[in-house]
Write a protein that binds this ligand. Structure first.
Ligand SMILES: Nc1ncnc2c1ncn2[C@@H]1O[C@H](COP(=O)(O)OP(=O)(O)OP(=O)(O)O)[C@@H](O)[C@H]1O
Length: 370
């Protein structure tokens, strides 16, 4: 007997929620897909706390669907908004800069009649999402440096900072000007180090952002992709928030992505989360183009001794397991941190780290990914 969507939903309807209703009646199932006995779906919770409380529900859902005839493997992922940590305050807000007359954070517009599935962005040839399972692994650092390295390789590059809970690209790229909107419809992006860039952090009142729910996040992301005057780009790099939440879901479902790059440090806890992020991209049918290992090694500047502070080989092994390329391994490097804090990514200069990023960039260009 062939497995059907209705059969799967039928099982999910039987999974009651602690506060009433079931996964289907409460409209919490997203991105349901199945192929050759493998079923994948996402359970969308309203916030991180609710998601944590739903772990037994997730397990029950996996078990119920797994018991259906013809199902060999089930992967259910819980998504929620990131933690309500304090995001970086936009420099422009502090300076009281002129706000565009656009209301960022409105609810998303439905797709136009005839539009189904992920849409292309006019003028933008490729979109690469840079994600991570865990925060703090260097995802934003990698995104900004890759953008700069690709620009140095002659590509027309855009960088969109979609990390709503900790937008760090304004600091890393050294921009603080509030983007303008001369016509009140389009948002003018900023330019830094040869890259056209825009950050959600430059447009938000951070105190409001942290209480946003899914629809408002989705609306904001939609505006940043669709209303920013990106111009003609070879590649747009999107710096995602860490984890598997609404921003990731919306981006993958609404925008045609070339693929995702997942950044991880080599230690087990980071890899565990990276695996979840990779699984989410698979569920959403976004190709995972490769992994980047960050902070893989520390080389003592005094004696040259090499220490694997966060473990060794974990990301390479994971890449092999997933049959995904390891796009690069980047060491722990003081200059990388200092350069990021100073607003001039290390890839904009000379030296071993700039060369390491240029090498990754060349690989992406050679592979037709950027
Ligand atoms: N290879 C590296 N060597 C030294 N420091 C690094 C390296 N990569 C990143 N860092 C530093 O680690 C800190 C965290 O990096 P970053 O903000 O890029 O992480 P992230 O994964 O984007 O975190 P989040 O998603 O939580 O914002 C920053 O101070 C950054 O400069």
């Amino acid at each position: 007997m062939t497995l059907t969507r209705d059969q799967i939903l039928g099982e999910l309807r039987r999974i009651g929620l602690p506060d009433g209703g079931d996964l289907v009646s409460r409209d919490m199932v997203r991105a349901l897909g199945f192929d050759a006995g493998r079923v994948r779906f996402v359970i969308e919770a309203t916030d991180a706390e609710a998601a944590r409380a739903l772990e037994p529900v997730r397990r029950a859902a996996e078990a119920a669907v797994g018991a259906l005839p013809g199902v060999e493997a089930v992967s259910a992922i819980l998504t929620a908004h990131g933690p309500a940590s304090s995001p970086a305050r936009p420099a422009a807000a502090e300076k009281g800069g002129e706000a565009p007359s656009l209301k960022i954070g409105r609810h998303p517009t439905p797709q136009a009649p005839g539009q189904t599935g992920p849409q292309r962005v006019a003028g933008v040839d490729r979109i690469l999402a840079v994600g991570s399972g865990k925060g703090g692994v260097g995802k934003s650092t990698v995104a900004s440096n890759l953008a700069v390295a690709l620009a140095r390789e002659g590509r027309r590059v855009g960088l969109l900072d979609a990390d709503i809970y900790g937008p760090s690209q304004p600091r890393m790229m050294g921009v603080s000007k509030r983007p303008g909107s001369p016509d009140g419809k389009t948002i003018e992006p900023l330019r830094a180090h040869g890259v056209t860039m825009m950050s959600i952090g430059l447009m938000l009142d951070p105190d409001k952002a942290v209480v946003w729910r899914g629809p408002m996040l989705m609306g904001a992301l939609q505006q940043l992709i669709g209303q920013v005057a990106w111009g003609e780009l070879d590649v747009l790099i999107v710096d995602l928030p860490p984890g598997t939440g609404d921003i990731q879901l919306t981006l993958c479902q609404r925008t045609h992505l070339t693929g995702a790059i997942v950044v991880s440090t080599p230690q087990d806890v980071a890899l565990l989360d990276a695996r979840k992020a990779i699984d989410m991209f698979h569920t959403l049918k976004t190709p995972v183009l490769g992994l980047i290992e960050n902070m893989s090694l520390y080389i003592c500047p005094e004696c040259g001794h090499e220490a694997h502070i966060f473990g060794h080989g974990g990301v390479r092994d994971e890449a092999a397991r997933l049959d995904a390329p390891l796009l690069g391994s980047l060491p722990i490097d003081l200059e990388t941190r200092l350069a990021g804090d100073a607003g001039t990514p290390v890839a904009a200069g000379e030296g071993a780290m700039a060369e390491a990023y240029l090498k990754i960039a060349r690989g992406l260009v050679a592979g037709g990914m950027a």
